[in-house]
Design a protein around this ligand. Structure first.
Ligand code: KG4
Ligand code: ZN
Length: 345
């Protein structure tokens, strides 16, 4: 079965074709980063309008790359939530319109399930069960994953997400949007030991996170060093970036390790935009073998939002018998807020 998948929950338009037998056939992506940069963050109305502009050309592109036509598609999938309501509606409407026109089933997909299963797009593929550390701009969660659709929440952030901590700290340091990759780049030139930043909830005994205190600590340092002769120097900024990254990576790694110990599982899957962070990847890859555990990451291009993970999640749900493949059902809704744990098997 060939599935055409659409992702439009935030600032990336992604379209992909996945075959249930042969895997990923083709994918295409348009990032709106350059458009939102001028505003220092995502402007929801602009995001929706840009999705509208991009989605049809991207669909044509993906079909062409796979050497297929609309008649070869057997089912359609789309991100139904969580995300920005207007942005979600674009992908959902286009997917449903395509399905209606060709009398195909349409499969709504949870955005985080897409992230969660994205490491399975790579080789070696982790076997179930595993612990998943989901770290994106909007979410920070530790899940126990026993199979497709079988997700148990182990812990989550009580305030800001890890990606948000990166983005907000970067903004305080005067770095562009999105702050995560910019902060990570600058951190490579910094000394992570010059500033000691808090590791919130490191010893809380549970698997929850909190990142809002870190942002406050960064703000205090920025204000303090803005009084230096000549203002906040490049070196101070780089040292602060390195310290911020080290604090976030430390907390994420420690809690992920605790989740492995608590569940007795030996496989950790890291997914979501922050999973692109090299320090986080290196840290886990270094520490886990010492406890006979392994870490799995999606290929870098599938860490941040993309259509491949949505088409792939739909394909996995179809194979697990969890997707309703009814035709002629094109009334739809999107869910800007949607708890992943609600996706029971
Ligand atoms: O998964 P994603 O593309 O979108 C959401 O679903 O939120 O994640 C985006 C987040 C942003 O906060 C971005 O700053 C962060 O992932 N990010 C990074 C890196 N690349 C992206 N954070 C740290 N280091 C990176 N290399
Ligand atoms: Zn995402």
């Amino acid at each position: 079965m060939i599935i055409l998948g659409f992702e439009s929950s935030c600032d990336e338009t992604g379209v992909a074709l996945v075959c249930t037998e042969r895997g990923l056939l083709a994918h295409a992506l348009h990032s709106q980063i350059a458009m939102h940069q001028a505003y220092g963050g995502v402007v929801p109305e602009l995001a929706s309008r840009d999705h509208i502009r991009r989605v049809v050309p991207l669909t044509r592109d993906v079909l062409q790359r796979a050497g297929l036509g609309p008649q070869d598609v057997d089912a359609v999938a789309y991100t139904a939530g969580p995300g920005l309501a207007g942005a979600l509606l674009v992908g959902a409407s286009v997917a449903q319109a395509f399905a209606w026109a060709r009398d195909l089933p349409a499969i709504p997909i949870h955005h985080l399930e897409g992230h969660l299963l994205s490491p399975l797009l790579a080789q070696p593929r982790p076997d179930f069960p595993f612990v998943a550390l989901l770290v994106s701009g909007g979410h920070t969660q530790l899940m126990r994953v026993d199979g497709v659709g079988r997700y148990e929440l182990l812990g989550e952030t009580l305030d800001d997400a890890a990606g948000e901590a990166f983005d907000k700290s970067a903004k305080l340091m005067g770095l562009g949007y999105p702050g995560g990759p910019a902060l990570a780049r600058l951190a490579e030139q910094g000394d992570a030991t010059r500033f000691v930043l808090p590791r919130p909830m490191l010893h809380s005994g549970d698997l929850d996170f909190s990142f809002s205190g870190l942002k406050t600590a960064v703000l205090t340092k920025v204000k303090q060093h803005s009084q230096d002769p000549g203002g906040l120097s490049d070196q101070t900024r780089a040292d602060l970036a390195a310290a911020t990254q080290a604090a976030i990576v430390d907390v994420l790694s420690a809690k992920a390790i605790k989740a492995l110990k608590q569940t007795g599982l030996k496989r950790l899957v890291v997914a979501g935009g922050v999973g692109a962070n090299t320090r986080l990847r290196d840290n886990l890859a270094r520490v886990l073998p010492g406890m006979q555990a392994e870490s799995f990451f999606p290929p870098l291009e599938f860490c941040t939002d993309n259509g491949a993970m949505i088409a792939f999640a739909a394909s996995e749900r179809v194979k697990a018998g969890l997707a309703t493949l009814e035709r002629g059902q094109h009334a739809f809704t999107v869910r800007p807020r949607w708890d992943l744990a609600e996706l029971g098997a």
